[in-house]
Design a protein around this ligand. Structure first.
Ligand SMILES: Nc1nc2c(ncn2[C@@H]2O[C@H](COP(=O)(O)OP(=O)(O)OP(=O)(O)O)[C@@H](O)[C@H]2O)c(=O)[nH]1
Ligand SMILES: [Mg+2]
Length: 516
């Protein structure tokens, strides 16, 4: 019986209107008859209510969809968390997509090299500023590297080193062109969505003037489809089996970026391993290892002709999200393993998960709100290693401060009052490294005072800070907050956390269903 039919039956025998009728001059028999009628009406009404409740439960069950929104500032780890969901619940699709990350990993590597070259250039500029001072009148021979014999500047560059840097910069210059080609390939997916041969004509073209050079590439969800050809179709395959086990040889395509990378590999290694370069990086406090998309210790492996990104490579790859990207993990579409895991122990049958990954940069945040009243759970990521960093989009704003402001807005938002709230205090691995290198939290957050500068104390401090903000600002004092200290590039640890988040959301969903 449909809900509409129930609605009519209910209107025909409305018990309320009967009860509300005045019962003046009622005889005992009439009263008895009225009470019986009322009881009967109530029984019918209760039966209808129960039927409606059951139908609503069935409808909810039939939908079998849990919607989760990932929020947090740029580089907080939202897309990486999404990758972990995919790895856990749709591992076969993760494996199929892994080769598509290859150009992004190349781009990350090229960006790291560019960053080092920029830092050296700044160091050189600092050095050359010394030229403004008059040279010694007793310069023994013209052309002698006078500066080399001067007391070194704080960066300690000599003319010989300058010459060496100039030579390595020249050797690495093809990477700038490669960066343009990779940006063109990644930024313009529409253009490459046609025939596979199209790749050979335009995908690796150079953008005029290198307009995107140095800027971070930001993409919506379409790039994986556009880069389907990177999954191995344009390389020679040897052997059989699944995509992850197939051996490919990227060098068979003369236009593949692998060639430039291979030609530059030795110079990239020389640059990265050079002690003087390391010294300059140290003095400039450029901790490359902590930057997103760090592959400088893996150059040989990455430029191999048969390179396929590993799980860790994909998790480390940095690609800024644009807009909102929706991902559905469904038991049937996402692979059987995913389906089984999702439905395990829930008592709810199989469940589809709809996860919204959004861009976290300030100019991306306006698109978040329309999703607030459509999700059951929200995972907010705050990278607690970022206390000594500023936002890329606004270098006057400290990242930790930005995270806390965002958190305040989220926890006080009325639209989210009934949403399950999960907080990932993320990048704990980087926090640990920072603390080990002697960086003090109190230098950047004076409110931390003289508390111990160790990971446990700082972790506890941030947990209680974020929890206190929730407690004082929440529009729903009943709402529970689940806080986890995370490093979402750590697959094993994140799997446990995701499982506990899943259990929590499903239990809550079951509770709500029972309450209906
Ligand atoms: N070491 C470390 N790196 C992390 C962690 N979480 C994320 N990353 C890296 O940080 C970078 C940024 O992560 P993303 O997941 O792309 O950040 P996002 O929040 O999606 O950023 P937007 O898309 O710009 O909003 C990536 O290179 C990740 O590999 C972590 O816990 N530890
Ligand atoms: Mg992202």
């Amino acid at each position: 019986m449909s809900a509409t039919t129930h609605g009519r039956a209910r209107a025909d025998s409305d018990p309320l209107s009967r009860v509300l009728k005045p019962a003046s001059g009622e005889s005992p028999q009439e009263r008895q008859a009225r009470l019986e009628q009322e009881a009967e009406a109530k029984r019918i009404s209760d039966a209808i209510d129960e039927q409606l409740r059951r139908e609503k439960v069935e409808k909810t069950k039939a939908r079998k969809e849990i919607r989760v929104l990932l929020l947090g500032q740029s580089e907080s780890g939202k897309s990486t968390t999404l990758k972990q969901f995919q790895l856990l619940y749709a591992p076969s699709s993760f494996a199929i997509e892994a080769p598509s990350w290859r150009p992004i990993i190349y781009l990350n590597l090229v960006r790291s090299i560019r960053r080092i070259l920029e830092i050296i250039t700044i160091a050189e500029i600092d050095y050359n500023a010394y030229d403004d001072q008059p040279l010694s009148p007793v310069s023994p021979t013209i052309g002698t590297p006078e500066r080399a014999r001067r007391p070194t500047l704080n960066l300690g560059i000599t003319d010989e080193e300058l010459a060496a840097f100039a030579s390595i910069r020249a050797a690495l210059s093809p990477l700038l062109d490669l960066e343009d080609r990779l940006i063109a390939l990644l930024s313009d997916p529409e253009e490459d969505s046609g025939e596979a041969t199209h790749l050979n004509t335009s995908a690796f073209r150079t953008t005029a003037g290198g307009a995107g050079r140095g800027k971070e590439v930001a993409l919506g969800g379409g790039w994986k489809r556009a880069l389907g050809k990177w999954s191995g179709k344009n390389g020679s395959r040897h052997g059989h089996g699944s995509a992850e086990n197939d051996e490919v040889d990227w060098t068979t395509d003369p236009r593949d970026p692998i060639h430039v990378l291979q030609r530059c590999a030795t110079d990239m290694e020389i640059l990265w391993e050079d002690e003087r370069v390391q010294d300059i990086l140290r003095k400039r406090r450029a901790r490359m290892e902590e930057n997103p998309g760090f592959y400088l210790n893996d150059i040989r492996r990455i430029v191999s002709s048969t390179y396929i990104p590993s799980i860790d490579d994909v998790l480390k790859a940095r690609l800024k999200t644009l807009g909102v990207v929706e991902h559905r993990f469904s038991p049937t579409a996402g692979g059987t393993l995913g389906g089984n895991r999702f439905s395990k122990g829930t008592g709810q049958g199989e469940v589809d998960w709809l996860i919204y990954d959004v861009g976290g940069a300030r100019n991306q945040r306006h698109v978040w709100a329309p999703f607030f009243d459509d999700v059951q759970a929200l995972i907010f990521l705050a990278p607690i290693s970022a206390f000594d960093q500023v936002l890329t989009e606004d270098t006057l704003v400290n990242r930790m401060e930005d995270s806390m402001l965002l958190w305040r807005n989220i926890v006080s938002n009325k639209l989210l009052r009934n949403v399950n709230l999960v907080l990932f205090l993320n990048k704990c691995d980087l926090l640990q490294k920072k603390l080990q290198s002697g960086i003090q939290l109190k230098t950047y957050m004076t409110s931390y005072g003289d508390r111990p500068n160790d990971f446990e104390s700082i972790g506890r401090y941030f947990q209680s800070k974020f929890a206190a903000m929730h407690q004082t600002m929440t529009p729903n004092p009943e709402r529970e907050l689940y806080i986890h200290l995370t490093s979402v590039i750590d697959t094993r640890a994140t799997e446990k956390i995701i499982n506990s988040v899943r259990e929590m959301i499903l239990k809550d969903s079951l509770k709500r269903t029972k309450l209906l």
